[in-house]
Write a protein that binds this ligand. Structure first.
Ligand code: CTP
Ligand code: MG
Length: 224
């Protein structure tokens, strides 16, 4: 069953091939609401889009062979993993979303918002949240320098692209922390939609504790 009614063919590249160094191990296999971070992220992607390429480390290729999605071996960097996944997306895809499995709390509504912006003709779409903390730049001998947070945004995933734009972006073989950055660098205009406060990225164990606490009070990726 899909949550989407539009005619466009939408695929997700779900990247889960990182080693979780800051977490202290493969965080995609950590427990979230009695399941794994990866299972929760995959369920939402499968419900919200027409197909999913799941990108995992070579060591987990066999155990990850799952009904309903294409499983692909990742690369050394996130950008390499996205490129490996992108190569497996069928050629009839109109739009491709790239999502970090480390953000299992992204809701189906957020996927829909990104897809709607693509349907309006945007080529690259990023969910963003306003910065709430005061910002400082480290400046060596001068010490910290305050930076205005006006117009500053924190970027999330899923980030959405027209399929041809994403293929052009990755043909440039740039190494960036997200795909929107690579899009900008090749001159593609990136637009924004509202992100979600609960769409946290699990980087450390305290992030996982927060995600589980949200889960306990009923926040769910699919229908949050
Ligand atoms: N990722 C990937 N392939 C890589 C590196 C990262 O597919 N070579 C994925 C991760 O699995 C994650 C997402 O990209 O879903 C965002 O990366 P990050 O949060 O940095 O995860 P890790 O790289 O696993 O963590 P760390 O940087 O702490 O090692
Ligand atoms: Mg990383």
């Amino acid at each position: 069953m899909t949550l989407r009614t539009a005619r466009k063919v939408v695929w997700t590249v779900l990247v889960a091939a990182g080693s979780g160094e800051r977490f202290g191990g493969p965080k995609q296999l950590a427990r979230l609401g009695g399941r794994t971070v990866l299972d929760v992220a995959l369920d939402t992607a499968l419900a919200a889009t027409d197909g999913v390429v799941l990108v995992v480390p070579e060591s987990s290729m066999e155990s990850m062979a799952r009904l309903g999605c294409i499983v692909q071996k990742g690369g050394a960097t996130r950008s390499d993993s996205v490129r490996a996944g992108l190569a497996r997306v069928p050629s009839d895809a109109d739009f491709i979303l790239v999502h970090d499995a480390a953000r299992p709390m992204a809701s189906g509504k957020l996927y829909a918002r990104v897809i709607e912006a693509l349907e309006r003709g945007e080529l690259a779409v990023v969910p963003v949240m306003p910065v709430v903390d005061s910002l400082k730049r480290s400046s060596g001998e001068v010490g910290l320098i305050s930076v205005s947070r006006e117009n500053m945004m924190v970027a999330q995933t899923p980030q959405g692209f027209s399929a041809s734009a994403l293929r052009a972006i990755h043909a440039a073989r740039l190494d960036t922390t997200d795909d929107a950055d690579a899009a900008e660098r090749i001159g593609i205009r990136v637009s924004s939609v509202s992100g979600e406060a609960h769409n946290l990225k699990i980087t450390t164990r305290s992030d996982l504790a927060v995600a589980n606490a949200l889960w306990e009070i009923g926040v769910r990726g699919i229908d949050a």
